[in-house]
Design a protein around this ligand. Structure first.
Ligand code: 6PG
Length: 247
């Protein structure tokens, strides 16, 4: 059972980012109040970093117990640690280097120094299962954020790509149509384990993908259509991205 999508539309990208950041801080605060900790999956791309930055500033900063926040990535570009194009490098600049997280709770994906993308996928899957409930392969992520490409990709799951059919929780991705070509991504199975899935989408170039996803298009041509949260699915959209789906 998954949650029907809810649209949160704001007039501009800036207003969208602010609203999503505020709700993210509130969601983390609530999860920590209920369970003592929170697990959040970050996304790469411009929206992924933009939503993180406001959390480093008060009042949002003060809502989060940074020592009890676990951060994961929905996908990672398979580049050397510290490479500016890695999602974790961009997240560190936006937020992680500005708040007192416990380094043990920042769960980055491996890099080429440790072997192949397949090795990194195996290692990330092992870390996920070590934080999961008995019988589960990934933690019950409190919020899993996803940017969406113009082609409807999410994480590093691209249309008509073999990775769409990957088993398990994490897969290596080769020949990505969006550079860099080699990546590591959560699979549909892992993405769908989240309590809340939030899509973060801005810009007119995404309007077709948003409409296709919400119309339930085939996952092979619109991977975003196949992802929903167990308890909540929110499409955070600016007016341009929502042009075909809301008044
Ligand atoms: C990546 C991202 C990717 C991204 C989308 C949207 O590693 O490239 O995870 O899935 O989220 O391409 O990116 P924008 O938000 O920058 O449009």
């Amino acid at each position: 059972m998954t949650a029907e999508p809810v649209l949160e539309v704001r007039p501009s990208k800036a207003e969208l980012v602010r609203a999503a950041a505020e709700r993210l801080a509130e969601a983390i605060h609530g999860a920590q109040a209920d369970r003592g900790t929170a697990h959040v999956v970050l996304t790469g791309g411009s929206m992924g970093s933009a939503v993180l930055a406001p959390l480093a500033e008060d009042p949002l900063r003060g809502l989060v117990d940074w020592s009890a926040l676990h951060l994961w990535w929905g996908d990672e570009r398979f580049l050397p640690a510290g490479d500016p194009d890695r999602n974790d490098t961009q997240a560190r600049a936006a937020l992680l280097g500005r708040v007192p997280l416990d380094p043990a709770n920042i769960h980055v994906v491996g890099d080429p120094s440790a072997g192949s993308a397949e090795d990194a996928a195996r290692g990330y899957a092992a870390t996920l299962v070590s934080h999961a409930a008995p019988g589960a392969t990934v933690p019950a992520f409190d919020v899993l954020m996803l940017g969406v490409g113009p082609d409807g990709h999410v994480a590093s799951l691209f249309p008509d790509h073999p990775a769409l059919a990957a088993a398990g929780s994490v897969t290596a991705v080769h020949e990505s149509p969006k550079p860099p070509p080699t990546r590591v991504s959560l699979t549909f199975s892992a993405l769908g384990a989240a309590r809340a899935v939030w899509f973060l989408v801005a810009g007119a170039d995404k309007a077709d993908a948003v409409a296709a996803a919400l119309a339930g298009e085939d996952l092979r041509t619109c991977p975003a259509a196949a992802v929903a949260g167990q308890a909540e699915t929110v499409w955070w959209l600016d007016r341009e991205a929502a042009a075909q789906v809301s008044a």
